[in-house]
Design a protein around this ligand. Structure first.
Ligand SMILES: Nc1nc2c(ncn2[C@@H]2O[C@H](COP(=O)(O)OP(=O)(O)O)[C@@H](O)[C@H]2O)c(=O)[nH]1
Ligand SMILES: [Mg+2]
Length: 293
């Protein structure tokens, strides 16, 4: 996937609040009925936080793959059939475009039926359903809460690290949902996973650097969407044979990313490419591919 470019390295980005959150989650989980584990539909495997497995393994859990409208729909279909074979309940949703959101609460309630019937047998009215949403930073946890509660109950933002506290939010008189800050794991040893997490927004660009990130993106776009790339930046078809490092120079020239004296402003071109991709101008893209993972 990465051609012959050296992308080696380990990503260490584990701000103090992530460690604190993990410790707090462990305590809060006791009062939670169902965990909504949110992952990014473009990286359904790379966005798994294995560091949380020890905490979550015996909890009722729904896997929520968010940002489906940004993922390649053919690849999402393949992931769908793969996850169907596993035992975990899951949903592919889009919080921003309100895709399949009404399925979440009925699914969570259906997982509580047995426990609630035993309450009713004892003549006790079941307590409100308590949900907790967990996941990597910027995956859309707060956006989903706002959609489900029909108000701006949770703070959202385009950069990782917006939610800093664990907040209980009442969805209605029978459901409470806990928003949590995004957490990663202390050492991301697989550098390509680190790149996927960064390109999709869980890790700050500055940790990896826009240079490596844009080269990574161009490697993929060249392979998966060459026509779109060529057309969008008015390149030539033959440019698609160029190594990504040369291709970004071409894009810089085409887009007028130049400094005084006509010198190419590479960082500007890199930021432009990333912005174009993230605003959806370069099409839908999935980074975890079932056959490759
Ligand atoms: N396209 C798209 N963007 C989303 C979706 N959900 C969230 N976002 C965007 O992703 C960014 C992070 O969202 P936020 O809810 O703050 O993520 P959190 O850090 O997990 O709470 C914001 O810019 C949202 O607008 C989605 O389903 N689709
Ligand atoms: Mg948040």
């Amino acid at each position: 996937m990465l051609e012959k470019i050296d992308m080696g390295g380990i990503i260490n980005w584990y701000p103090g609040h992530m460690r604190k959150t993990k410790n707090e989650l462990a305590k809060l989980l006791k009062s939670v009925d169902v965990v909504l584990e949110m992952r990014d539909a473009r990286i359904p495997i790379s966005s798994v936080n294995h560091d949380l497995e020890g905490l979550l393994y015996n909890k009722k859990r729904i896997l929520i793959f968010n940002k489906t409208s940004l993922a390649d729909s053919k690849i999402t279909k393949k992931w769908h059939s793969i996850f169907k074979k596993s035992e975990s309940p899951f949903l592919f949703i889009d919080a921003l475009n309100k895709i399949d959101l009404p399925k979440i609460l009925p699914l969570a309630r259906s997982m509580m039926q047995q426990k609630w019937s035993s309450f009713r047998c004892k003549g006790i009215y079941p307590p409100p359903l308590k949900l907790m949403i967990v996941g990597i930073p910027n995956v859309g946890k707060s956006s989903l809460i706002n959609r489900l509660s029909n108000r701006k109950a949770a703070q959202i933002g385009p950069n990782p690290g917006v939610t800093k506290h664990n907040d209980w939010i009442k969805l209605d008189k029978n459901v409470e949902l806990l928003d949590t800050p995004g957490i990663l794991w202390p050492r991301i040893e697989n550098y390509e996973i680190g790149l996927r997490l960064t390109i999709t927004g869980a890790i700050k660009d500055s940790i990896v650097g826009t240079s490596k990130l844009s080269i990574y993106l161009l490697c993929i776009l060249k392979k998966v969407e060459p026509k779109k790339l060529e057309k969008f930046y008015q390149l030539d078809l033959s440019d698609m044979d160029l190594p990504p490092a040369n291709l970004i120079n071409k894009i810089a020239k085409k887009r007028g990313c130049l400094k005084k004296g006509g010198i190419i402003d590479l960082p500007r071109a890199e930021r432009l490419l990333l912005k174009d991709f993230r605003s959806g101008k370069l099409g839908r893209l999935s980074f975890d591919i079932p056959e490759i993972i």
